[in-house]
Design a protein around this ligand. Structure first.
Ligand SMILES: [Fe+2]
Length: 426
């Protein structure tokens, strides 16, 4: 009798022990729990010939920032791909496309694969959410695509906590906050230790401007979350951001320095860079003094971990760090590049933040105007891209265009307009 995973997909292993470890590993991994790594390790120890166990291990290693080990695990999976089901063979191949940076091909392959195997959850997961293959496609309108994607999967998953949370964030990012919260509540009731669920619920609270409730909820939730968990730093970013919105400057810096920034977070470089830069610039916009050494450290971090342009969301934040720290050579390199899924936006954002750093507000405005309507193409969440929205509003304020600043916020991000986190705009 063949064995299957928790989603009913046939697995090429004869070891019930390997299957059991696989199932618990998938659950832990989908909930962004660090323990998924150990569970996948136990899985392949129970059956070293189980190809998909090695793929799962590769994914968990990648989430833990162990890129080289992850690639080795995937190679092992590929070497075992000769006697597996076609579903497993395609699963391994699609993961290989992602690992080798062929995101557009991977996206296409996974979407085709899911039409036959909609419950191949680890592949579905790669396309979903605000850091997935659709969000980082560089395409205008990707939020609507993401919503259509999760909506098409929803009927295949029944009362599944992962699917509910995943669709909930699609709803949240397209402005359907109430529907998102209903679904998220059901998801978290089924699996309260789902860090993605806690994360997406935080986004819904952010989108409703529920600063106090958000701080209370997430402060409690994150206490029991392993600080090596992939979302630990980013969840703390949400807390730092709410502290900023609350005028609690001390807490904002304490969280940044304790759990978010370089040397503090054990998370992935993309989160460490983007979350740090976002707090620093949003703190400046809110009127807090930022020690120039913080910008220098952020620029160094960007140069170390993202030396070559290509991941446009990281490159956007790297450009800000280089501009604010006066690293003109690094900024120029980004400005001259068009690499990455939104590479054509690198030049205008580099120019814009170069002007902002020098206080050339009129030039900054000219450079930001074409970026603002298409900033979605950088990917990430709306809360993250508020960095660009607020930078634009701040430039208007510096030019004395207070009413235009107010109107812009009200039109584009009404949630931020009641208590704008912008100095002088009350
Ligand atoms: Fe987030």
């Amino acid at each position: 009798m063949s064995l299957a995973d928790g989603y009913g997909n046939t697995l090429t292993t004869r070891s019930a022990e390997a299957r059991d470890h696989y199932e618990s590993a998938v659950t832990l991994f989908l909930g962004a729990n660090r323990e998924g790594l150990a569970a996948f390790s136990h899985c392949v120890a129970a059956d070293p010939q189980f190809a998909l166990g090695h793929v799962g291990l590769a994914r968990a290693l990648m989430s833990a920032g162990r890129t080289s080990d992850a690639k080795d695990a995937l190679k092992t999976a590929e070497s075992l791909a000769f006697d597996v089901t076609s579903r497993e063979r395609d699963h391994i191949a699609a993961t290989g496309l992602v690992f080798s940076g062929q995101s557009a091909k991977a996206r296409q392959a996974i979407r085709a694969h899911l039409s036959d195997h909609p419950r191949d959850v680890l592949l579905a997961q790669m396309c979903a959410s605000v850091f997935g293959l659709i969000a980082f496609s560089g395409e205008a309108g990707h939020e609507a695509s993401l919503l259509a994607f999760t909506e098409s999967l929803l009927p295949h998953y029944g009362e599944d906590w992962w699917m509910m949370a995943t669709h909930a964030v699609s709803l949240c990012e397209t402005g359907q906050i109430a529907a998102s919260e209903v679904l998220m509540a059901r998801s978290l009731a089924l699996n309260p230790r789902n860090a993605n669920g806690a994360h997406f619920k935080s986004h819904a609270l952010y989108e409703r401007g529920e600063t106090t409730a958000g701080r209370q909820y997430l402060t409690t939730w994150v206490q029991d979350y392993d600080d090596r968990g992939v979302l630990h730093g980013h969840l703390n970013w949400h807390l730092a951001l709410w502290a900023l919105h609350d005028g609690d400057e001390g807490a904002m810096w304490a969280i940044l320095d304790g759990s978010v920034g370089p040397g503090a977070s054990k998370g992935l470089p993309i989160n460490i860079l983007t979350d740090t830069v976002a707090i620093l610039h949003r703190a400046e916009i809110a009127g807090y003094a930022v020690d120039p050494r913080r910008w220098t450290a952020a620029s160094e971090y960007a140069a170390q971990y993202f030396p070559n342009p290509g991941q446009s969301f990281a490159d956007l934040h790297a450009a800000i760090a280089h501009a604010m720290s006066g690293k003109g050579d690094r900024l120029a390199r980004l400005a001259e590049s068009s690499s990455g899924y939104a590479g054509d936006l690198l030049a205008p954002v580099s120019l814009a933040f170069g002007h902002i750093a020098r206080g050339r507000w009129s030039d900054a405005l000219d450079a930001l105007v074409p970026v603002l309507p298409v900033a979605e193409r950088f990917g990430g969440s709306r809360a993250q891209r508020d960095l660009v929205e607020l930078a634009y509003v701040n430039v208007l304020m510096k030019l004395g265009l207070v009413e235009e600043a107010r109107r812009t916020l009200k039109t584009r991000r009404p949630v931020l307009s009641d208590a704008p986190p912008v100095s002088g705009l009350t």
